[in-house]
Design a protein around this ligand. Structure first.
Ligand SMILES: Cc1ncc(COP(=O)(O)O)c(C=O)c1O
Length: 408
């Protein structure tokens, strides 16, 4: 891998910082990844030369836009190894995909049903289940974590024995970078007769995702975390499961026949894609997949893991730093605090040195409360980061610690 060549494909990383003496050091890819020029170009080309609505025009421009959207669906299918193209549903992002599930599964739920949810989950994989439980008088129970802040195996088994209806897991924690062994967990979920839902938002750019090998029923992710645009995401589901899903949105595009005496819905995938889809974003997502598949996964993964190790080692060498769940097989992100200091002060002082990291609860308040924290700092990596970024971050953090401790 030619890392300098990869980085040079990201125009934003070469920008000059306004009002700052430092060049940007972007370490917040878990929030959103920067976009390569090819993604920007694909969307620009669409709007400049091919813009038309899809699926309903009788003219060539519309047919070409439709073909581009459907080609993107095929690309996603191959990227995640889905068995059928109709299993790939376009949404506006992970949040919408998970809400589509929480609405769509409602008719299958009964009073008293149990929904198990990963305690380390992002709010997008918690709140929709709570809302579903409120509507159906089902209940949500958190899946406990062990001392390593990973799913507690014994507790998982005990809760599965209660015959839950749905089990919602994260693939990779957006705070800690910890990984759930989805293939092993879904086997047990299936044996318990439950539906498995996996939030892949933080996995999709870092791990090879083969939905058939993972064995889950549903898998959700966002384009913008995998070098694609915001405003597009995927809900993948097994055909038989998607077929049973009630559409959250109804209206144009998803119908077979409409009359005032009744409406019939169309077939998958369109049945779950009401309204005009985010066409340019879907085309941008295809360009992001083309960008990602240039790299042999093993190589890019190894490189990212080296950077993560450099980060872990650097942070572990600072006595003022409290590192959280920094396991060797974590992916993409690392969480920490400076003892006795507020995470926002750390983030603000790093920002003054051109370093962009994220501080706060990271949309994972239940995890924060399990860790007895009101927030933490998170560094996260993308394919464009390099050893200099990590070294700059570590040096800036030393400087920040010196400034903060000088104060006290
Ligand atoms: C694990 C996880 N799930 C869900 C989401 C929500 O994604 P989006 O805002 O793209 O819908 C995020 C975003 O940070 C995330 O990290």
């Amino acid at each position: 891998m030619n890392h300098a060549a990869i980085r040079s494909q990201f125009p934003l990383l070469n920008r000059q910082q306004e009002e700052q003496d430092y060049p940007l050091c972007y370490l917040d890819s878990a929030a959103t990844a920067q976009k390569p020029a090819s993604v920007l170009q694909a969307m620009d080309d669409f709007y400049r030369q091919h813009n038309a609505n899809v699926h309903r025009g009788a003219y060539q421009l519309s047919a070409a836009a439709t073909a581009a959207v459907e080609a993107s669906r095929d690309k996603v299918q191959r990227f995640i190894h889905a068995a059928h193209r109709q299993e790939v549903i376009f949404s506006h992002g992970t949040t919408e995909s998970l809400n589509m599930l929480a609405y769509g599964l409602e008719p299958q739920l009964q009073v008293g049903d149990l929904i198990l949810v990963d305690s380390a989950a992002h709010h997008a994989n918690i709140v929709p289940w709570q809302q579903l439980a409120q509507r159906t008088r089902a209940h949500v129970q958190p899946l406990p974590l062990n001392d390593e802040l990973c799913l507690d195996d014994a507790a998982f088994n005990a809760l599965l024995a209660k015959r839950p209806k749905i089990v919602a897991l994260g693939h990779v924690s957006n705070v800690l970078g910890t990984v759930n062994d989805i293939a092993a967990l879904t086997q047990r979920i299936r044996a318990a007769g439950a539906i498995s839902v996996v939030d892949g938002a933080q996995a999709i750019a870092h791990l090879p995702v083969d939905v058939q090998a993972l064995g889950c029923d549903f898998y959700a992710f966002s384009g913008h975390k995998m070098y694609g645009p915001t405003g597009v995401g995927i809900l993948w589901g097994k055909l038989a499961q998607l077929d049973k899903l009630a559409p959250m949105l109804t209206g144009g595009e998803m119908i077979k026949h409409v009359s005032f005496s009744g409406t019939t819905f169309g077939a998958l995938p369109h049945r779950l894609e009401a309204g005009t889809p985010p066409i340019a974003e879907i085309i941008g997502l295809a360009a992001a997949i083309d960008f990602l598949i240039q790299f042999a996964h093993a190589q890019s993964h190894q490189y990212e893991q080296q950077l993560l190790q450099q980060l872990r080692d650097g942070l572990a060498a600072m006595p003022e730093v409290e590192l959280y769940a920094a396991h060797a097989n974590n992916v993409g992100a690392l969480a920490f605090n400076i003892r006795g200091e507020h995470h926002h002060d750390v983030g603000a002082l790093l920002d003054q040195q051109g370093i962009a990291i994220r501080c706060g609860h990271h949309c994972a308040m239940p995890l924060m409360s399990l860790m007895a924290l009101n927030g933490c700092c998170r560094v996260s990596l993308g394919i464009y980061n390099n050893e200099q970024d990590v070294a700059r971050f570590l040096a800036a953090l030393q400087q920040t610690i010196a400034l903060l401790t000088e104060d006290t």
